[in-house]
Design a protein. Structure first.
Lengths: 324, 324
């Protein structure tokens, strides 16, 4: 879609999904997301608690914040309405608002329908792999064959040359579509009949399911494996047996404050399987203030629950790319 | 401004301030605001805690919520950047977002620059006066000669025939402008040299200042007076001596939960001047579940701190009025 000549938002940029998708390839997102995590872990970001609105037919989350000294503050509204598919609508929706940090003047309304959340989550997975995966990736394993499972694999292209993947998903009917789609993107994909098959041949694993019971167990894990868990973003979801975190040489959080309350680290802490002092933040590994993987035989786990700095970075970058 | 023929927001309505101001006269706002307060006090509204983002040069508040069974949920972003006037910009800004409550689909972005907050606050003042003021209003007293002090007087037209006002303001240079502007709107306005003069001749009083020290004291108050305090919306602001609330026959809150934490009731509770059990909610007076003023000789005080139901109601009404 071409940008309309005159916008009714006056100096406020209003962008629809098509226009946002159009500018995304022009954005160098990984360095931006890395810088966001580093700023967060260095205490340069103001990220208040997530706002939550629970309605009859859905849930709305409001993530917002700013990085000190940058141009913008950003507010993201992301909703999930689980009856939408029956109405012919996607369950997710929302938008991102960009404001001038020095004056509060609105700069942009990005009507992204939740798309930028999918992208910044996949980009964070690539960043986690870049800093934590073993030097030689033999095969990439993906649990979850939905939108996020596809984007994660797609974005790993930017940080590894491996194009060999094994996918398992809780919805078997998605698997063949996953294989075909990712083949068209340059991957050779096999499908697995059980999640437990993944760690047998894969040493870079991403889990991207809404599972509430562990999919992977410690017994199946080989030395030299990295796992990025992106599916669990609530206190009750869990994709990894907590024993995996106990066995891991390095346990990485995107936000320790948030991982205390939700996700895999939350579960492992609650089960007494790990001590909080063992958890390092991804931003500190990026900035060199903490070590991640130090040998190819280590097991590493990154738990990504999603932090507003990712939204700040992607929304700011999209707005800049949209500007005439 | 005429509505553009085609909006880049697709089915999302994008409205600028001029268009919003244009449709406001078509909206019957007071019944909507009354219904909002009633819904809130009956527990039919979901109103999570206010989100707050504190930045170097300003503050951002996010108020949001929904009334069960209605069409929309609403998110309001309201900011105050106190260095803006030096840059030739108003300190306040923000916008209101309207979403379908059943699906989460965005319906409207109202780029109101904070204007609808001013209006819904003035409308709430009129509602408080409608339910609490004595039958015969001798003279209206206003403390605060800024935008809100003007709007409060203007909106009282809808609930009283009195057109006689006395105004005092902390910025003396605003007073003459206030007198002239409100004269053009049908009021005979005198200016006072001190706030204490107001209760001597006025029995319907509105305070709309950012004061941190009490402007009115109990000793000056006559029986049969109603005071609406709208200025104090933080834990540290205070316009009324807490003794006034102690002496009042009826103490009204827009939201008891919120007035516990900020505003005049917060101060009076903290000073041990009133007991929480004495506070009634405006919504319960409106719906008849609680009594407000029961005689013309009573002293009544309404403390309005601003509740998201007002934002929900005004945004929904503006969106409906904007629809083709």
């Amino acid at each position: 879609m071409a940008a309309p000549a005159a916008l009714p938002g006056g100096s406020v940029k209003i962008a629809l999904l098509a226009e946002i998708k159009n500018v995304l390839p022009r954005i160098d997102l990984l360095p931006a997301i890395e810088e966001g995590f580093a700023a967060y872990s260095e205490g340069r970001a103001v990220v208040p608690p997530v706002g939550e609105l629970i309605l009859d037919k859905g849930e709305v989350h409001i993530k917002y914040g700013a990085i000190a000294g940058e141009d913008f503050y950003v507010i993201k509204i992301a909703s999930g309405f689980y009856g939408n598919p029956a109405l012919g609508l996607p369950s997710g929706n929302g938008c991102l608002l960009v404001f001038e940090q020095k004056t509060g003047v609105p700069a942009a309304v990005l009507l992204d329908e939740g798309y930028l959340t999918d992208i910044r989550t996949a980009a964070a997975g690539a960043v986690a792999a870049k800093y934590c995966a073993p030097r030689t990736v033999e095969r990439i394993g993906v649990a979850g064959a939905g939108v996020q499972g596809r984007l994660q694999l797609e974005w790993l292209k930017r940080v590894t040359d491996c194009r060999d993947a094994l996918v398992w998903g809780p919805l078997p009917e998605e698997l063949e579509g996953y294989r075909r789609e990712m083949k068209s993107r340059g991957f050779s994909v096999e499908t697995a009949r059980e999640a437990a098959a993944i760690p047998r041949t894969c040493n870079l694993i991403v889990t991207a399911t809404p599972s509430k019971t562990p999919l992977l167990s410690a017994a199946d894990l080989r030395p030299g494996t990295h796992i990025t868990a992106v599916g669990s973003d609530t206190p009750d979801k869990q994709e990894l047996d907590s024993e995996i975190l106990a066995r891991a040489d390095v346990v990485v959080a995107d936000s320790l404050a948030q991982c205390r309350l939700r996700g895999e680290i939350h579960k492992a802490l609650a089960a007494g399987k790990i001590d909080e002092s063992r958890v390092v933040e991804l931003g500190n590994i990026i900035s060199g203030r903490a070590s991640g993987r130090t040998s190819d035989s280590q097991i590493t786990v990154a738990d990504l629950t999603g932090v507003a700095v990712q939204d700040i970075k992607i929304a700011s970058a999209v707005y800049r790319a949209l500007a005439p």
